[in-house]
Design a protein around this ligand. Structure first.
Ligand SMILES: [Zn+2]
Length: 190
């Protein structure tokens, strides 16, 4: 594990293991709704600092486990995205609660249940955590141990670190924006 610091955050990560997991990511984990297609297409053009951040962690910037856009209310030539990525690593930031490490040490079949049980503890951890790190104007990240949902990559038994994002992403698709995709309706249709 490599130790890195970003703003007030201290994390350990295994970029090689994460890179391997992205290289073998299953095709059906790649969402092709409009919101995700725009994100994937825009990702290569993200600011230098943002690309370097993900490269350092071994993460393929095109494939967050989950992103959502914040809707047309503020749509101009960009969309505001929230979401998260996963990688092999741990949050070592002093003062942040770490129920994730304990859950991870339990038998695999119990973990999902235990994660739910610990959900409120995760939220407490987040509340006590350092502020988002501004990688670049309009690109902010924060970390948390363990995953809010099943990661899009298979990290086997490695500990999972989550990167929460708040990004303002340009609209790069030729087609017009069709509106925010809703859960279960990936194309945004009612
Ligand atoms: Zn999608």
């Amino acid at each position: 594990m490599t130790e890195l610091r970003f703003g007030g955050w201290r994390i350990a990560c295994d970029p090689a293991a994460t890179r391997r997991a992205y290289a073998t990511m299953a095709d059906d984990k790649r969402c092709d709704c409009q919101t995700c297609r725009n994100y994937q297409s825009a990702a290569a053009g993200f600011p230098e600092e943002v690309l370097r951040f993900f490269e350092q962690l071994g993460v393929d910037v095109r494939y967050p486990t989950e992103v959502w856009d914040c809707g047309e209310e503020n749509f101009a030539d960009h969309l505001d995205y929230g979401g998260f990525y996963h990688l092999a690593g741990r949050n070592l930031t002093p003062g942040t609660v770490d129920p994730g490490a304990w859950v991870q040490s339990q038998p695999k079949r119990w973990r999902l249940f235990l994660r739910r049980l610990w959900k409120s503890a995760f939220e407490t951890a987040l509340a006590a955590a350092p502020a988002h790190v501004q990688l670049h104007e309009n690109f902010a990240v924060a970390f948390r141990n363990d995953a809010t949902m099943q990661p899009c990559i298979d990290l086997e038994d490695l500990p999972v670190l989550e990167v929460d994002i708040m990004f303002r992403v340009p609209w790069v698709l030729e087609e017009p924006y069709a509106g925010a995709a809703r859960k279960g309706q990936p194309d945004g249709s009612p």
